[in-house]
Design a binder for this molecule. Structure first.
Ligand code: ADP
Length: 260
């Protein structure tokens, strides 16, 4: 990762600001993510981690700046981008089987008639094999362990044909076994040249398994190899700097604390 663009940067964020009404969630963030890297996105609650991931997906109108995936606007390369939502955003009681959920990854690529072709079935099968879900295809997702549930969403992302994975707190709520399993999957993905950016709360996990770190506190605090970007000094600065700029109705700018 670097803060200057070059041919190996697959995600380029330049001066990116995102607002929710009066709340300035991201303040002129410039950061690049290298192709094939495994990047931990770190920062206090409310630091803008989810907002940055969703901005990269093209879901937010930017107040300033731009985001490029390679040379393209995110909206023009959506099949390349896969998103794993935070666990609490998912309705785990929704009646859907593992296979049906993985098949959803193919929906955007289906033709007008929405029919699955052999190639679509192959992609679903390959994704389920890679994530070790073949024996669970007919099971309802509510019947799975937390680790299995995460693997189903990762398989859906693979079936989509994505090569850039934006994961929002994928380790939250997982036990040690599932955490180790997910870590293993992500390291494998990196070895295969896939690009992964994951919001991570566990700093030790980020330091030991991720190569690159991006630290946010509304603005960019640090980016680069984890030895530097996730140093105690940097993190202290990020957690002290947990404020963002809000505008009041009169247009005066004031500072507000991030929620705990
Ligand atoms: P993080 O993922 O680091 O916890 P978020 O990106 O969720 O941070 O939030 C960044 C800031 O934007 C916070 O102050 C949060 O309260 C605010 N925010 C996030 N989503 C919304 C929203 N839909 N409406 C208004 N404010 C929001």
């Amino acid at each position: 990762m670097s803060t200057t663009a070059n041919a190996h940067n697959i995600i380029r964020c330049s001066d990116v600001s995102v607002r929710y009404g009066a709340v300035l969630a991201l303040d002129k963030v410039s950061v690049d993510i290298r192709c094939g890297s495994l990047t931990a996105l770190v920062g206090p609650n409310g630091a803008g981690k989810s907002t940055l991931l969703r901005a990269i997906l093209g879901w937010h109108r930017l107040s300033t700046g731009e985001i490029r995936i390679g040379d393209a606007h995110p909206q023009h390369v959506l099949p390349r981008l896969a998103y794993l939502p935070q666990r609490h955003m998912v309705d785990w009681d929704f009646p859907i089987t593992v296979r049906e959920l993985v098949e959803q990854g193919r929906y955007p690529a289906l033709g007008l008639l929405g029919r699955f072709r052999e190639a679509d079935h192959v992609k679903v099968r390959q994704a389920m094999e890679e994530l070790d879900l073949v024996g669970l295809g007919d099971r309802q997702i509510r019947m799975l362990s937390g680790g299995q549930q995460q693997r189903v969403f990762l398989a859906r992302a693979l079936a989509q044909g994505a090569d850039i994975f934006l994961l929002d707190e994928p380790f939250t709520g997982l036990d040690r076994f599932s955490t180790a399993e997910l870590t293993h999957i992500l390291l494998n993905w990196r070895a295969q040249g896939r690009t992964v950016v994951a919001a991570v709360h566990d700093i030790e996990l980020a330091r030991s398994h991720f190569a690159e770190g991006v630290v946010l506190a509304g603005r960019l605090i640090a980016a680069g190899p984890v030895a530097q970007s996730l140093s105690e000094e940097v993190l202290e600065q990020a957690f002290q700097d947990r404020h963002c700029r809000h505008e009041d109705p009169l247009g005066l700018v004031r500072t507000a604390r991030f929620p705990q």
